[in-house]
Design a protein around this ligand. Structure first.
Ligand SMILES: N[C@@H](CCC(=O)N[C@@H](CS)C(=O)NCC(=O)O)C(=O)O
Length: 208
């Protein structure tokens, strides 16, 4: 049994969707960000970074969305759900996409609400917020035109990358970007949202 530390609406949703799709057994542990539970001593023992997601496994704790998704994808080959390409180069291409989401798209998004990570002046935060929609548009233009093979990220096969893209596409509205500007991404968002395991993960999150 895995324990996934999550916060509703956060990037932990990508790992949650991967687990829900995988057929593996898991339970959720919600951290209340409003109460700063991610910085509590108890959670810092689990993940010294003070961030979600963190996945407790029988081998220890795994952090970082890209690593958790790769781990669940590897396990999915045994559980029969196959959430990644088996061929090594294609697996690495999926990882390249997930790494882009984590290191560029997620970080661009974080400049909107978490500008204090990079600067102290209110004017600097305002400047970052003003640039946010343009940065997110640049990222999603690449995803729309170059990365999303269709109908899923890697083509015909649903992979852990799809749940991850679904989560970040869902953030566009709050970044003042209309997903309709990217019709292939919008279509992907609907298709992934309609999957039973994704609906189940969202319902589980809402019930936390
Ligand atoms: N590089 C990490 C980033 C994790 C991250 O930034 N998580 C955010 C939620 S989306 C968080 O826990 N924020 C809490 C905070 O900043 O206090 C990953 O991709 O998993």
């Amino acid at each position: 049994m895995f324990t996934l530390y999550v916060s509703p609406g956060a990037c932990s949703r990508a790992s949650h969707i991967a687990l829900a799709e995988s057929g593996l057994n898991y339970k959720l542990h919600r951290l209340k960000f409003a109460e700063q539970e991610q910085r509590s001593q108890a959670f810092l023992q689990v993940n010294p970074k003070g961030r979600v997601p963190a996945l407790e496994t029988e081998h220890g704790v795994l952090t970082e969305t890209v690593a958790i998704l790769a781990y669940v994808a590897q396990l999915s080959f045994n559980s029969g759900t196959k959430l990644a390409p088996a061929e090594p180069f294609e697996f690495a291409r999926m990882q390249a996409f997930n790494a882009y989401l984590a290191s560029t798209v997620h970080v661009a998004h974080a400049h909107g609400r978490r500008g204090y990570r990079w600067a102290d002046e209110a004017s600097s935060h305002a400047d970052m917020q003003a640039k946010l929609p343009a940065n997110m548009r640049d990222c999603f233009r690449l995803i729309e035109d170059d990365f999303l093979a269709g109908p899923f990220v890697m083509g015909e096969q649903f992979t852990v990358a799809d749940g991850y893209l679904f989560v970040l596409s869902g953030w566009l509205k709050s970044d003042n970007v209309d997903i309709a500007e990217f019709p292939r991404v919008a279509d992907h968002f609907k298709r992934v949202g309609a999957r039973p395991a994704v609906a189940r993960a969202l319902a589980e999150e809402a019930a936390l």
